[in-house]
Ligand binder design. Structure first.
Ligand code: BES
Ligand code: MN
Ligand code: ZN
Length: 514
């Protein structure tokens, strides 16, 4: 970092918690015993093949016939839409398919509902489950609401010229006749939604707005949820000996930061925290080994791992998780200026191990290795999971369907895969081992920061593995293909997905909350 950078700051326009304001749009969810008055949209759930048994309005038979002739069969996320006469004009009615009716199906249905209505002109939709025979349970209804809010999330801060028709109209989802316990179930889900929203916000913001210092600023609001925050600047990191992380930062005018967020919901009972470490490269030009221009703008989301860690922390704190968790974000900008590190430079990491920097574009591992060393020295975790948009190679392997999982512990790997599957952030495991490890040996230093082209995601994981202390159960999630979506998914629109938050929240819930 050069000293001239210090005056670059951004006003903190955002408060906590995340209610819709300037650019962030989030649908509100409310539960009610009866359908509110007015001609707003009305929705009913239909299980697959159960159309005939659904009692809707007076003209059931016509509706059933119309739905059938439109090939609506109640598959999860499918919709049959029609209008009926209403005192306020015409009322839109939607039959919303929930397939077999599992939690994932309901979440998908919620996403489909808000995608359909978001800019439809409707301001409110009432989902009436009061007359259902096989009513979904409170948890499943909360998942539906979560799907709706997540899919409806938008960040329109910088779009000043949207036409009325392009603007979001839908503001509220009213769920009528939900079973007992739905308020509790939703309180839990909405905490997770808030976490995903924070992650998406950090990921969406461009790199002239979010850089290490402003990333930390945006996370200051986590203290209001009871999270302790500690921030290391360049001087502290230099004193700690983080030569690998600082080598990446030295070509940028932005000061690097190490952000430490701690949530202890056990009152000290769980001594060793679960540790999450995120790659937070706020922009990755590649440094001197510069990236080609095509698509370089995507590298504003090279902090998606750090974003997921911050989002997970707010989710855990807002739902008062009974676990002890520490999240650490290694925040740097990878730029090529006169002070930038060169290919061939040898840096000394905090662990004492030396690294030959063959390619300055393999910077994520240089940031993570020091963050991991610091994390282990300070907190002595039993479990450490890092998240990073680490390699393009993982996208070649898995496309945009799974995050890559690497672990030194089979049990941990299985737990993470199971959590990912049920929470909606799926993972696929890759091998690691000595044959891959030796591919990053260097003739001049302890290791080099890149291996051969083949197995690029695996040698990246092997690099990180060299910084894991004896006995620590460690997993590395390479989420480069999952942080940003080119097309809408079930619970996200194009853009930032918030991948990782739901996964880590579920992992903590299933294994660390007694
Ligand atoms: N941030 C990139 C990885 C990446 C690429 C994420 C595309 C998302 C989309 C990472 O820092 C990087 O540049 N990795 C290099 C490593 C190579 C130089 C060994 C890569 O994958 O090309
Ligand atoms: Mn890079
Ligand atoms: Zn990168």
């Amino acid at each position: 970092m050069r000293p001239s950078a210090r005056s670059l700051t951004e006003g903190n326009r955002f408060g906590f918690p995340y209610f819709p304001d300037l650019g962030r749009i989030m649908i509100k969810v409310r539960f009610s015993a009866s359908v509110p008055d007015g001609g707003h949209a009305l929705a009913y759930l239909v299980a697959k093949g159960a159309l005939g048994s659904v009692s809707i309005l007076a003209n059931d038979q016509t509706v059933h016939a119309a739905a059938k002739s439109s090939r609506f069969e109640g598959e999860a996320g499918s919709i049959f839409e029609y209008h009926v006469a209403h005192a306020d004009g015409a009322q839109r009615v939607l039959l919303l398919g929930i397939g077999p009716g599992g939690e994932e199906d309901l979440e998908k249905a919620g996403g489909a509902l808000s995608a359909r209505l978001l800019t439809s002109g409707e301001t409110r939709v009432s989902l009436d489950v009061s007359k259902m025979d096989a009513k979904p349970n409170a948890g499943a209804i909360a998942r539906l609401a979560s799907g709706a809010v997540l899919r409806g999330w938008r960040y329109d801060t910088y779009r000043t010229k949207l036409s009325e028709k392009q603007k979001v109209s839908l503001q509220e989802l009213v769920i009528v006749g939900a079973p007992e316990g739905v308020d509790m179930a939703w309180a839990r889900q909405s905490a997770i939604v808030d976490g995903v929203a924070l992650t998406r916000e950090l990921v969406t913001e461009p790199a002239n707005v979010i850089y290490p210092e402003t990333f930390v600023e945006r996370c200051q609001r986590l203290t209001e949820a009871g999270i302790q925050i500690e921030v290391l600047g360049e001087a502290e990191m230099r004193a700690a000996g983080m030569g690998a992380l600082l080598g990446v930062a030295q070509g940028s005018i932005r000061e690097p930061k190490l952000l430490v967020m701690r949530w202890d919901g056990t009152n000290g009972a769980q001594e060793k925290p679960v540790m999450f470490v995120g790659k937070g490269v706020t922009f990755d030009t590649g440094g001197i080994s510069l990236k080609p221009p095509g698509g370089m703008e995507d590298m504003k989301w090279d902090m998606g791992g750090a974003g997921a860690v911050a989002g997970t922390m707010i989710a855990l704190a807002r739902r008062k998780a009974k676990a002890h968790v520490v999240g650490i974000c290694g925040l740097v900008e990878n730029m090529p200026d006169g002070g930038a590190q060169r290919p061939g430079d040898v840096v000394t990491s905090m662990s004492g191990q030396t690294i030959e920097v063959i390619n300055t574009d393999a910077e994520g591992r240089l940031v993570l290795c020091d963050a991991m060393t610091w994390a282990q020295k300070r907190f002595k975790p039993e479990y450490m999971i890092d998240l990073a948009t680490l390699t393009g190679a993982i996208i070649i392997s898995l496309g945009h369907e799974y995050g890559g999982l690497f672990s030194n512990d089979d049990d941990l790997a299985h737990k993470l895969m199971a959590a990912g599957k049920s929470a909606g952030d799926p993972l696929w495991r890759f091998p690691i081992g000595p044959a891959y490890d030796k591919l990053i040996d260097s003739p001049i230093a302890d290791m080099k920061n890149v291996g051969p082209r083949e197995g690029g995601s695996i040698t990246a994981a092997q690099f990180l593995n060299r910084f894991v202390d004896e006995g620590v159960k460690w997993a590395h999630l390479d989420i480069a293909g999952m942080v940003w979506a080119a097309k809408p998914g079930t619970v996200w629109d194009k853009g930032a997905t918030g991948f990782g938050v739901r996964l880590l929240d579920r992992f903590v819930a299933d294994h660390f909350e007694g």
